[in-house]
Design a protein around this ligand. Structure first.
Ligand code: NI
Length: 191
């Protein structure tokens, strides 16, 4: 297992649409393992393959599915830790219900929180790490996480949800921070 570098805006790869996985093999399973390790180390609650530079429809989330439902429970203090992992290959949202507003952050858009309107309940079909199809329902915060990650697979981030002026101000702030942290401001390179 390996911790992979996470690409950050404005890297052009993050705007590309990821391709479906044709065959779930050892290569895909290795990528899933590395993505999970990268997500836990960040730390984050979700990660899409494009964020580590792989344009395939694969994502991981540090949430549990219990009896076909992913919904936050009172004892979910361990959400975001290695206690929980959901892996999705070629996920598709097949049903949506209701609306929820949520303040979202993103590992590829550091130090930014954007309020996003999402479906409050969704049903997802996907393949597991053995290539077997499965289906589950996600609700509330966990539904938000999966919609955020599936957005990544379609080349969308919370960065695109800001207006052009806000985007420019944000990039200026981030580049200043990178200089202060002793990093060269690299145009679009992963840091
Ligand atoms: Ni994200």
């Amino acid at each position: 297992m390996a911790i992979l570098p996470i690409f950050e805006v404005p890297h052009p790869l993050l705007k590309q649409v990821s391709e479906p996985v044709a065959r779930v093999d050892d290569r895909v399973r290795r990528l899933l393992d590395d993505m999970a390790e990268t997500m836990y180390a960040a730390p984050g609650v979700g990660l899409a393959a494009v964020q580590v530079g792989v344009l395939e429809r694969i994502l991981v989330a540090a949430v549990p599915i219990r009896d076909g439902v992913a919904d936050e429970e009172e004892d979910d203090a361990e959400a975001g830790t290695k206690a929980f992992l959901t892996e999705l290959i070629n996920p598709v949202i097949v049903r949506r219900e209701d609306v929820i507003l949520y303040d979202e952050g993103c590992l590829s858009v550091p130090d930014l929180v954007v309020e996003v309107e999402r479906s409050r309940i969704i049903e997802i079909e996907a393949l597991d790490r053995h290539g077997e199809p499965f289906r589950f329902e996600a609700r509330n915060f966990y539904a938000v996480i999966f919609q955020h990650e599936i957005d990544h697979l379609d080349g969308n981030t919370i960065y695109e949800r800001m207006g052009p002026l806000k985007r420019r101000l944000y990039l200026k702030k981030i580049q200043k921070q990178r200089v202060r942290d002793g990093e060269r401001p690299q145009n679009g390179a992963p840091v």
